[in-house]
Write a protein that binds this ligand. Structure first.
Ligand code: ADE
Length: 415
């Protein structure tokens, strides 16, 4: 058995079933697996990952192992780890360090544990692994060829490290690739946030006033899907371009101060902290539902809810109800952690097929280009394109081919 720290080895059969279900809907990962399966490009290479440990992630980790890597994985959020999936991964020979509901100190211990394998390549979701190496284990950094980062929040942190001149190895910005953010951030978040909300609350969305904070790719996706289910959508934005875009998409645009007394459901997706604060909570309607879709549980000011409340109780799984001094009740979903992963299974399988194909090809690229600069780098355009091409191929869709005349026309400036 590989080295590991997991909660429930006995749940492995459930985990294997979930992984098999996901694998069947991941044609892009399967095609890459087929292409590299015999050449074992990662033979002798250790890859450490910090990812949401659910079934689709397990498919990525299994492919990495099948292609020769030694794989060590920690969970990137205490509530997104699925214990049955972790148990199945361990049976597959992958070193897993995580459990659902782990404490903050266990979380950090698990990150340290995967770094102690001495990885050559990192796969991160939120940049906690990269931050930890730089802060605590600089001696390991020199052995790292590079890594890749999955999410907007992680890219923001890596760019801050780059700006300060402290980043020690190259990091590919998987989040910023077209085949990632156009689908994962928008349609993935859009659908999975609805999934988390609906599974948790069983509430009707039609006719509700649904407030989305943040109109980046995730916010756009959430707003579109909420509107599709009949909600009236209000967007809260600080950026004038995005606010105008929301307006022209047909959304109502307001400040949080204005939206607070009106909203039935609030979802934050800004990547920033304390987007819903005490002054907003004080004005909210009785029964308002609060959820977060951003990477960290900092967007809703939970200490402020606690300070305002006289009583709290668990109303349903993943719903905590806070009773305020005046009798109003506010319902917080999934402890303010990302509702799509903490209260559901994350993005749809077909979406993560694309994102994880990019992660896999990024790891290969890093291996094949050991002299990349220690910066935050774009995923090369041809690699990015190849993921969408593989998906198109798997769907049996034929693309239009430009004629020579059309190519020449596009490359010329004379009429
Ligand atoms: N499943 C695994 N990783 C995920 C992510 N970053 N977002 C949504 N679902 C996921």
């Amino acid at each position: 058995m590989p080295k590991c720290r997991i909660a429930r080895p006995d749940l492995a059969p459930d985990g294997h079933r979930k992984i098999a279900w996901a694998w069947a809907a991941m044609p892009v990962l399967r095609l890459i697996h087929e292409k590299y399966g015999t050449s074992l490009p990662f033979r002798g290479i250790t890859i450490s990952a910090c990812l949401h440990l659910e079934a689709k992630t397990a498919c990525l980790l299994k492919v990495l192992k099948d292609l020769g890597a030694n794989v060590a994985a920690a969970g990137s959020n205490p509530l997104s780890t699925q214990d049955d999936v972790c148990a199945a991964l361990v049976e597959e020979g992958i070193s897993v360090f995580s459990r659902r509901g782990m404490s903050s100190s266990e979380y950090i211990e698990n990150l340290r544990a995967v770094m102690e394998f001495g990885p050559r390549i990192l796969i991160d979701d939120g940049a906690d692994l990269v931050a930890l190496v730089h802060e605590e284990m600089p001696e390991i950094a020199s052995g790292i060829l590079g890594g890749s980062e999955e999410t907007t929040t992680g890219i923001k942190r890596l760019k801050a490290m780059e700006k300060e001149g402290v980043l020690r190895f190259p990091m590919l910005a998987v989040n910023d690739a077209y085949s990632k953010f156009l689908f994962d951030n928008r349609y993935g978040t859009g659908q999975s946030v609805m999934d988390g909300l609906l599974r948790t609350t069983n509430s009707l969305l039609a006719g509700k006033l649904f407030v989305v904070a943040g109109y980046g790719w995730c916010g756009r996706g959430i707003a579109t899907r909420a509107a599709g289910l009949g909600a009236r959508v209000t967007v809260v934005e600080a950026d004038p371009h995005r606010a105008l875009e929301a307006l022209m998409d047909g959304r109502d645009v307001r400040s949080m101060d204005e939206a607070a007394p009106l909203g039935d459901i609030f979802v934050t997706a800004t990547g920033n902290l304390r987007v819903i604060r005490k002054e907003h909570l004080e004005k909210m309607k009785n029964g308002a539902i609060l959820a977060n879709a951003g990477h960290f549980n900092v967007e809703i000011d939970i200490p402020a809810i606690e300070s305002l409340s006289v009583r709290r109780k668990v109303s349903r799984a993943n719903i905590e109800t806070f009773e305020l001094a005046d009798g109003r009740k506010l319902h917080l979903l999934a402890e303010g952690r990302l509702v799509n992963l903490a209260a559901a299974d994350g993005h749809p399988i077909e979406i993560m097929d694309l994102s994880f194909a990019l992660q896999l090809l990024s790891s290969l690229y890093i291996l094949e280009h050991p002299d990349l600069p220690a910066r935050v780098l774009r995923v090369p355009e041809d690699l990015d394109r190849s993921v969408s091409e593989l998906k198109i191929e798997s769907l049996g869709i034929r693309l239009e081919t430009l004629t020579d005349e059309q190519r020449a026309y596009l490359a010329s400036w004379k009429e």
